[in-house]
Design a protein around this ligand. Structure first.
Ligand SMILES: Cc1cc2nc3c(=O)[nH]c(=O)nc-3n(C[C@H](O)[C@H](O)[C@H](O)COP(=O)(O)OP(=O)(O)OC[C@H]3O[C@@H](n4cnc5c(N)ncnc54)[C@H](O)[C@@H]3O)c2cc1C
Length: 486
């Protein structure tokens, strides 16, 4: 079996979307050349901006018939190159599909199109309800992208990730057929294809209609920030809070470099000489928050907190979160370039992994800022570098790779929420066996036998559908120099 790549059916795409929503001019196409991982850029042959599920299905059918690869794109905030286009392919932007289709608060449901932003969902069901998974990019990232990446955020320790809130999806499959996975009800019979699709990073089809569960807003929230000499002390508080049976809405750590960057960007009032800050937010009933809040504060004090700030009102609470959520963007104040890493470790291994990250930073001569979703053990080391300095980009990328390997060696994972994309596929073999990878590939081939949906992402080897699973063997297209094994 050989991969064939046909010609982009431009006239047909224009017939489907109209000339104003098909982009084929090189300079205009550069808008789509990268996602949030700017280290990679590919200009697609064409981009389309469908406005309805029917248009998406027609575009996919046209690509299928013409044997052209395609990539779905939400808001393009992904940090692993998941929405990186294919040079000879079509980029399908879902940015125009922004309608809220139905709100059913009695049954805690909302139905939306994929281009609706994460924040718009909470806004639509407020003030009584909210949508808990809250990536820091929530004001711009799309719910379709969240579904594809199984996105998380600061409130996922208590509330769970995107996968815990997606009840149903309409999906356009690679041949242009539309199927419904899941539905409005919980626990449908049959294989869990919904679970398979969530987190599949745009490799199985396009979600065009999304049914979500939303939660009633908690009656009360209490938010505290404690300051420490080191992130290790803050990490110990997190372990102690969990051991005490307290389940906060969020627990977030920033180290000194991250505090300094966010303070410069937001003026939130965090002390720039603190070694680490730990935000703990309790939410739930008034009585539950009150009962456990003093215990949380005293656990901070017992672990050496040298300052405690309690949010006096909603405005101060928002300011505290603003600083935390600005952490990635604020790094631009500390360094001309930075690489956002995303790994997971068991919470209890935090001190040793932090030491390893520090040692690696010294070895590579680069600064690393640390921001963590501490409750989930989800680290976001930010490797700072200057691309204008010879060799620094390569050193930064190598260091970021060593950090993620250290996470896996500590019993953790290659990614907590940003996905594998193009960026981390080379490390998949560190976490999965050949048999594991072959099983993933067989599943992917069941959806996309021609390998034309977001090709070159997630899987580390260029296996084709129909190849014999098992230990790796060189494929004829590799031998012909048409694909590389990474
Ligand atoms: C400043 C900043 C902070 C961030 N913070 C967080 C965070 O706290 N937590 C977190 O999880 N992530 C975070 N991210 C990463 C990113 O925002 C998320 O991964 C988000 O879900 C991507 O959504 P998007 O709409 O931008 O998707 P895109 O980047 O456009 O696409 C991401 C992937 O989804 C696929 N895709 C998009 N739409 C669809 C669809 N409708 N159907 C099928 N596949 C689709 C694409 O093909 C691609 O593989 C952050 C990013 C930035 C820049």
């Amino acid at each position: 079996m050989a991969i064939t790549v046909g010609q982009v059916p431009l006239a047909e795409l224009i017939g489907i979307c109209g000339p104003g929503r098909v982009v084929s001019e090189h300079q205009a196409l550069r808008t789509y050349e990268s996602d949030g991982l700017l280290q990679y850029a590919v200009v697609p042959a064409a981009a389309v901006l469908p406005e309805t599920a029917e248009e998406v299905a027609a575009v996919v059918r046209a690509c299928h018939r013409a044997e052209v690869p395609w990539v779905a794109r939400g808001a393009g905030t992904g940090l692993s190159g998941g929405a990186l286009p294919v040079a000879e392919g079509v980029l399908i932007s879902l940015a125009r599909m922004r309608r809220i289709l139905e709100i059913d608060l009695e049954n805690q449901r909302i139905v939306v199109e994929p281009g609706v932003t994460n924040s718009e969902i909470s806004a639509a069901v407020g003030p009584t309800h909210f949508y808990p998974p809250d990536p820091s990019s929530q004001i711009v990232c799309s719910i379709g992208g969240n579904v594809a990446e199984n996105s998380g955020g600061v409130h996922c320790f208590k509330y769970g990730f995107t996968t815990n809130y997606v009840l149903g999806l309409d999906v356009v499959l690679p041949d242009g057929e539309t199927v419904t996975l899941g539905g409005s009800e919980l626990d449908r019979p049959g294989y869990d294809l919904l679970g398979t699709f969530v987190g599949s990073e745009g490799t199985l089809g396009v979600a065009t209609r999304i049914i979500l569960r939303v939660s009633p807003k908690p009656e009360a929230t209490r938010t505290v920030v404690a300051y420490f000499d080191s992130p290790e002390q803050a990490g110990q508080v997190v372990s102690d809070v969990v051991a005490a049976g307290i389940v906060p809405g969020g627990m977030e750590i920033m180290d000194n470099l991250a505090i300094r960057a966010t303070e410069a960007a937001t003026h939130a009032g965090n002390p720039v000489d603190a070694g680490a800050s730990l935000i703990i937010e309790l939410d739930g009933s008034e009585s539950e928050c009150t009962a456990r809040f003093d215990e949380v504060v005293s656990l901070c004090e017992r672990n050496g907190a040298n300052g405690i700030r309690i949010a006096a009102d909603e405005a101060e609470r928002q300011l505290i979160w603003k600083a935390r959520k600005a952490a990635f963007a604020a790094m631009g104040r500390m360094s001309p370039n930075f690489y956002v890493q995303d790994g997971v470790i068991p919470r209890t291994r935090l001190p040793e992994v932090l030491r390893r990250i520090e040692d690696l930073g010294s070895e590579y001569g680069l600064r690393v800022a640390n921001v963590f979703h501490a409750g989930d053990g989800n680290l976001h080391p930010l490797v700072l570098y200057d691309a204008a300095k010879h060799g620094e980009s390569e050193r930064a990328e190598e260091l970021a790779g060593k950090i993620v390997e250290a996470c896996v060696e500590a019993g953790g994972s290659l990614t907590g929420e940003h996905g594998i994309g193009v960026d981390k596929k080379r490390y998949m073999g560190k976490m999965f066996t050949e048999a594991d990878l072959a099983t993933f590939q067989r599943l992917r081939c069941a959806f996309d036998p021609d390998g034309r949906v977001n090709p070159g992402k997630v899987m580390p080897t260029p296996r084709l559908c129909g190849e014999v699973p098992g230990p790796y063997r060189q494929h004829p297209i590799e031998a012909a120099g048409l694909a590389d094994r990474l």
